[in-house]
Each structure stands twice: as structure tokens, then as C-alpha cells.
Design a protein around this ligand. Structure first.
Ligand code: F3S
Length: 753
């Protein structure tokens, strides 16, 4: 199943030389983040110091991990690259498509019935192309990665924002869109803007009710949801060494909630213990040999202000437990102060559910700390006031926790043990206790608590805390309960107090599992046929896009987007996620969230062929059916938000030839290039105002498409008058070749033919 020790030894064999060279080039001691970045340059040779927050750099990640929702389109695209195998070790994890309702066994059975075509597809593609496949119920991607694949000093990318969890084992692990993952699977480099660096110095040690989760809840309160944008957060100091490896994972995991590129910790004894406990002593031995290269230089940590762009210090001795929320994970409130805040804001005090799990907090240690509170409730005859739901992080954790009697403790408290999967964390929760959209409060140990996230109800007030605090609050049934000071009345009418939680870092008898849920791919998968039912609603094999060519004449305006147009406006999430693997079906959400500059309505544009007003996808389909190309016009920062490749694939599929905007979010611009259409910016941004509702676009010099050379477009208005405008582009020679081939993947496939 497991990790490839030879690959890791190969990374380590080059690490010292590359880091030493990078230190010379940069001219000063290096942080851990810089060591990992410079050791993973695509060309392998650190020759220049990169400017943080500015230079775009090509990297060579060691691994890729994909979850079932995002893997569908990524693998459909990879199939077009004409490769026999993935170029980099890759795994697929089925964890997002399993709804929590009655409990693990019936829920898993139902998921296997409702999503079997998706699971079968992912399994067969994995088998064919040498991808490790983790079955539904095997666990949550980031716990499984931490247990099996993460290694100190490594670099990985994953098609999920919480890929960053692997920083707990000393990696630089970054969440990306499917298009980036496909590039790396196909053997291409991965581009990233060289990140800025935020240092967090931890002193002291956790005690009492305070846990690793409270470190990141506190950091989120300081930095807010945007404070980490474009930066790697590197934790160091004596306090860091006092945290368990999975606790470090929790902290790194929620780095996604402050917008950080990723977070990481230097290699230390806790990581060594975790590697040995998860049957990877050979990695620990190899890491020990280059220990000083797997952490920041001493000078950096003794004088951090000189090396990081920003430094924060947190004293774990005095850190208090927090609950963050509702509706945003950076609204940090120390436990004990919530009652007052809740009253002021009219948040419901009564707590209906306590949920423990998610990739953030579902380790063995997490379960034992929460169980130590649950056990007290049983022993002290306190009946839990709120319902309890538990999602173990992996089958290995679940099996071991069952063996060690930990799950039994929760069951004694009438908790429901859900599947080892994301469940309520991703809204896969069929909650039967509410009839409508009643106002209510839940507490959970997850990472995100945006409106509707867990149960689809905009009136559910969700608060994020550590598993043990979630347990205590759920038992009390009150948001204003402070277990450090308050007492509860038990079934005998006595006043009782909960003692501090006790956790077990790693199972004393070792981890154990019967069937971890892993399927090793065939050595030679060439004989495997991937079948997709042509009538499927959820999956559709892709056909290569035809090149648009150098003749764009008579193209019609599809929509002139007004104001903000994010990837969510271009390709909405929510119910549409169901169609992620079916390009034609999901294209019915194309740009339906964008505001049309003419009339200021969404999904209401003029079809120039019929003169009627219709939805954007219908209008685009009408143009496409008539053999007419179309053009999308947009404002500033068009395509900001996520790296979702659907936002570029859908317009391409519907016949859009060019997107012309005042400015692009860079990732979306690159995604448009990869899909073989034109992403252009007005030379004079006031030309946006020249675009009228009935405009036709003639590209005058596309046959001379070349780097750094603006293009000329003739606008023909309804009254026959014309304007000529110039548009810029950032295509280099390689990207122009993508355009000419119809897409980047078409070009790769042609090269492999
Ligand atoms: Fe799954 Fe929630 Fe993590 S959706 S991957 S458990 S953030």
C-alpha cells in the first residue's frame, strides 16, 4: 500500500546539496519552508533567490492526493493526456460522497448504492493508471495521507484545500485545482508564486483544557480569514516540540481558514514517534540522518523578525480554550466568555449537536481526549443534553479505537458513530431533528463553519472547538458552559464537575486494522477498460476540444459581466457539485451567477440570433449550435476565488472563444489558457464601456498571435458603427502552442502519440 521509501530516500539524498546551495544563493540562513521549496525546484538547481510574493516558480512535487468529488474531472482530463501511468505517486480517496444519517454501516451501504458509478469509475481509472485507491469508508483523505504518505521535508499537492494538513508531518503540502494536479500527473511542472513567510513562535506547553486546536483558533482570531493569503505559516519554538504530530496536523489543517498557502512544522521527536507508530520506521531513520535539513536554521528561529515577513508569538502556558463562530472560523471567543456574547447577538444558547471528526480532529489522540470527557459523563451519571456524532478519521483509527474500548464509551453516551468520512463537515448530513430552517446551535471539531456548511440550514449557528471541548459543551447542552469553572447536575440531582481531559497520543498497543480499505493498482493497467455509461447524469468521458483557430470573425457577445465575477459566479457550487464529472450537465450553471451589465440581472442575456432574452447557458448553446463563436466580457479580478477548472472548461465547452476583462485572477487566467481559449485584457480599461449588448467581435490579427504582442479587435455595434480596440495577453510560446492545439492536454497527448 504504502509509501515509496525509495522515492523518499531519493528526495533526502538531494536535500543537503540543494539546501546548502540555496543558502549560498539566498545569502542567509533559511527557514524550513524555503528549504523544502528550494529542494523541490523543477530544474533541481537553486540558481537564484526568488522574491517572495512576486516570482512565479516551477516546482516538482513528490506526491498527489485527490478526493472523490474533485478527482472526477481531474482524472477525466488526465485520461486525455495519452499517458500509460501517472508521472508522480498519486492516490484517490473516497470520503466526500458519503452521507451521515443512521450510522456507519447503513450510511456506507447507501453511499455505495447512490454513488456506485462514481466510485467504480474512480476505482477503474486508478487501477489503469497506477493510482492508489482508497475505498469509501477507508477514511478521510488527510488523515489517511498523514498515516501513510506524508513525510518530513516532502512536497505534495492535493485537490482539496485541507491538503495542508500534512504540514503536521513537516511537509509543504498545498491544495490545488484539478488542472494543476493533472499537469503534475502528466509529468509537467507545477507553478506557484513564491510564498511570503509568517513565523509563529510557540512557547510553553499545553495544559488543562487547552489543546492544539486552540492554537489555530487563536491564530485565526489574530490573522482573520485573509491574513495568511499568499504565505506559508511556519511554526517553531519550544512549544512546537511539545505538541503531538497529529496536533500539529490540526494546526496546519486550519491554516486553510486563514487563507494560508500552507503551514508546516520542523521535524522533531513527535514526528519520529508518529512515523514509527504508523509503521514507517524506515522513513524516521532516513529523516534522522538529515535532521538539520528538515527544520529551519537555528539563526532563523533565534532571530525570526529578520527572516519572516511577519512574526506572531503564542504562549501555550497561558493560551485559553476557544470556540470560534458562528458563521466564520476567525470569530474567536475564549470559552467562558461566550454566554455574554451569545446573549448580545441573540445566538441560541441551547446546543443541539456535538460533532467530533473531520480531517481536522479525528486522530486517535483526538478521540481519546473527547472520550475521557464522555466517560466522566457516564461515570458521573450525567446524561448528554445534546446529540453526539462521531466520524473517525480512518478505518485504522476506528478499528484501533474500537479495540481499545474508546468507541464503546461514546456509544454508552448514545453517540452515533458515522462512517470514516467527511460527513457533516461537507454538508453530507441528513439531520432528522429539524423540520425546517429553525434557528439552532451546534458545536463541532471541524474547520469550517460557514452558513449552511454542515446541514444546509442558514440558521444553524456552528461553533468550532477542540474535540474535548465539543464533548463537554454537548454534554452540558449549553453554549455558555465553561467546564473549567461550571458544574452540572447529574441524574441523582448532585452537582458534579468534569475533570480535565486526558489524551493518549498514540495507541499503547499500536495501531491495528483488518482491512484498511486500500486497493493497490495493477503494475500494468493497460488492459483495464474504463467504462462510463453514456446515459450517466454524473459522469461523461471528455472529448478533446477542437482548436479555436486564428479566425474569430462574427463572434457574439454572450455576457458583459458587471462587477465581481468569481469562479462561484462562473460555475456555482451547491447542488451542482453532483455534476462535477459531467461537463455537459454542469455547463448548465455556466455564468448563471454573473450579473449582466445590461439590465443588471443574473442569467438573463440577449440572444442576438433570436432577439429573445434567455439564460446564459441556453444562449451559449444556441450560438454554438449555429456555428457562431461567443465572447465573454468582464471587469476586474475576473475569476477570483477558487482554482476550479470547471470555470474555464464550461465556457470552452459552450463555444466561448475569448474572455476579455479589465484584469484576471491569475489562476483562472492560466486555467483558460490550459483549456485552449483566449484570456485577454483591455489595453485601455475604459474600452469595457464601449462594449454594447448587440456587439459582434472580429479579431483582426490573431494570425500573428505572439508573445508580448497585443491583439486588435473590431467591435461592430448594432447600428453598424465600429470601434477598434487593443487587448493584451500574457501567453508565452508554450501557451500559444496550447491554444493552437486546442488545449494543453491535446498538446501533451500529441506529444505522446
Ligand atoms: Fe472532508 Fe471536511 Fe476535511 S470535507 S476533507 S473533512 S474539511
Amino acid at each position: 500500500m504504502a509509501f515509496d521509501i525509495e522515492m523518499i530516500k531519493n528526495v533526502y539524498s538531494k536535500m543537503a546539496e540543494r539546501v546548502d546551495k540555496a543558502r549560498k544563493v539566498v545569502g542567509k540562513p533559511l527557514t524550513l519552508s524555503e528549504k523544502i521549496l528550494y529542494a523541490h525546484l523543477w530544474d533541481g538547481n537553486p540558481e537564484k533567490a526568488f522574491v517572495r510574493g512576486k516570482d512565479y516558480v516551477d516546482f516538482a512535487p513528490d506526491r498527489i492526493a485527490c478526493q472523490d468529488a474533485t478527482a472526477q474531472m481531474a482524472l477525466l482530463q488526465f485520461m486525455q493526456a495519452g499517458k500509460a501511468k501517472v508521472a508522480v505517486p498519486t492516490t484517490v480517496h473516497c470520503d466526500h460522497l458519503i452521507q451521515a444519517k443512521q450510522g456507519a454501516a447503513p450510511d456506507l451501504k447507501r453511499a455505495n448504492e447512490t454513488s456506485n458509478e462514481v466510485f467504480d469509475f474512480l476505482a477503474s481509472v486508478s487501477n489503469k493508471y497506477g493510482i492508489g485507491f482508497w475505498k469509501p469508508g477507508a477514511g478521510i483523505i488527510h488523515q489517511v495521507v498523514l498515516e501513510n504518505y506524508a513525510f518530513p521535508g516532502g512536497m505534495m499537492i492535493g485537490t482539496d484545500s485541507h491538503t495542508v494538513n500534512a504540514g503536521g508531518l513537516g511537509m509543504v503540502a498545498i491544495g490545488v485545482g484539478g488542472a494543476d494536479a493533472v499537469d503534475v500527473m502528466a509529468g509537467m511542472p507545477w507553478e506557484l508564486k513564491f510564498p511570503k513567510l509568517i513565523g509563529v513562535k510557540l512557547t510553553g506547553s499545553l495544559n488543562g483544557w487547552t489543546s492544539a486546536k486552540d492554537v489555530i483558533l487563536k491564530v485565526a482570531g489574530i490573522l482573520t480569514v485573509k491574513g495568511g493569503t499568499g504565505a506559508i505559516v511556519e511554526y517553531f519554538g519550544p512549544g512546537a516540540k511539545n505538541l503531538s504530530c497529529t496536533g500539529k496536523g490540526t494546526i496546519c489543517n486550519m491554516g486553510a481558514e486563514i487563507g494560508a498557502t500552507t503551514s508546516t512544522f520542523g521535524y522533531d521527536d513527535s514526528m519520529e514517534r508518529y512515523l514509527r507508530a504508523t509503521d514507517r520506521s524506515d522513513i524516521a531513520d532516513a529523516a534522522n540522518e538529515i535532521r538539520e535539513y528538515l527544520t529551519g536554521d537555528n539563526e532563523v528561529y533565534s532571530n525570526p523578525e529578520s527572516y519572516f515577513d511577519q512574526v506572531i508569538e503564542i504562549d501555550l502556558d497561558t493560551l485559553r480554550p476557544h470556540l470560534n463562530g458562528p458563521f466564520t472560523p476567525d470569530l474567536a471567543t475564549p470559552v467562558g466568555e461566550l454566554g455574554k456574547k451569545a446573549k448580545e447577538n441573540d445566538w441560541p444558547i441551547k446546543v443541539d449537536w456535538g460533532l467530533i471528526g473531520s480531517c481536522t480532529n479525528s486522530s486517535y489522540e483526538d478521540l481519546t481526549r473527547a472520550a475521557s470527557i464522555a466517560k466522566q459523563a457516564v461515570d458521573k451519571k450525567i446524561k448528554s443534553r445534546a446529540d453526539f456524532g462521531i466520524n473517525p478519521g480512518s478505518e485504522q483509527i476506528r478499528y484501533t479505537a474500537e479495540r481499545d474500548g474508546i468507541l464503546k464509551i461514546f456509544e454508552d453516551l448514545d453517540a452515533t458513530i458515522f462512517t470514516n468520512a467527511c460527513g457533516p463537515c461537507i454538508g453530507q448530513w441528513d439531520r432528522s431533528d429539524l423540520k425546517g430552517e429553525e434557528k439552532n446551535t451546534i458545536v463541532h471539531s471541524f474547520n469550517r463553519n460557514f452558513s449552511k456548511r454542515a446541514d444546509g440550514n442558514p440558521n444553524t449557528h456552528a461553533f468550532v472547538g477542540s474535540p474535548e471541548m465539543v464533548a463537554a459543551i454537548a454534554i452540558s447542552g449549553r453554549l455558555d458552559f465553561d467546564p473549567m469553572h461550571d458544574t452540572l447536575i447529574n441524574e441523582d440531582g448532585e452537582e458534579v464537575k468534569l475533570d480535565e481531559p486526558q489524551g493518549i497520543e498514540l495507541p499503547p498497543q499500536g495501531f491495528e486494522v483488518e482491512d484498511a480499505g486500500y486497493v493497490e493498482p495493477l503494475e500494468d493497467g493497460s488492459g483495464v477498460t474504463v467504462t462510463v455509461n453514456p446515459k450517466s447524469e454524473r459522469l461523461q468521458l471528455l472529448t478533446p476540444f477542437e482548436p479555436i483557430g486564428d479566425e474569430i470573425k462574427g463572434a457574439k457577445l454572450l455576457i458583459k459581466a458587471f462587477g465581481k465575477c468569481t469562479t462561484d459566479h462562473i460555475s456555482m457550487a451547491g447542488p451542482w457539485l453532483r455534476f462535477r464529472g459531467h461537463l455537459d450537465n454542469i455547463s448548465n450553471n455556466c455564468l448563471i451567477g454573473a450579473v449582466n451589465a445590461f439590465g443588471k440581472k443574473t442569467n438573463f442575456v440577449k440572444n442576438q440570433l433570436s432577439g429573445e432574452y434567455e439564460g446564459v447557458p441556453d444562449t451559449a448553446r444556441a450560438y454554438k449550435a449555429a456555428g457562431v463563436k461567443s465572447v465573454v466580457v468582464g471587469d476586474h479580478n475576473y475569476g477570483e476565488g477558487s482554482s476550479r477548472e470547471h470555470a474555464a472548461m464550461e465556457p470552452r465547452h459552450l463555444g466561448v472563444a475569448a474572455v476579455i476583462v479589465k484584469s484576471f485572477a491569475r489562476i483562472h487566467e492560466t486555467n483558460l489558457k490550459k483549456q485552449g481559449l483566449l484570456g485577454l485584457t483591455f489595453v485601455n480599461e475604459n474600452d469595457y464601456d464601449l462594449i454594447q449588448e448587440d456587439d459582434t467581435f472580429n479579431f483582426l490579427d490573431l494570425n500573428e498571435f505572439a508573445p508580448d504582442k497585443p491583439l486588435t479587435i473590431e467591435l461592430v455595434h448594432a447600428d453598424g458603427s465600429k470601434d477598434e480596440i487593443k487587448v493584451n495577453h500574457t501567453y508565452n510560446d508554450a501557451q500559444i502552442a496550447w491554444y493552437k492545439a486546442g488545449s494543453a492536454l491535446n498538446l501533451i497527448a500529441a506529444e505522446n502519440a
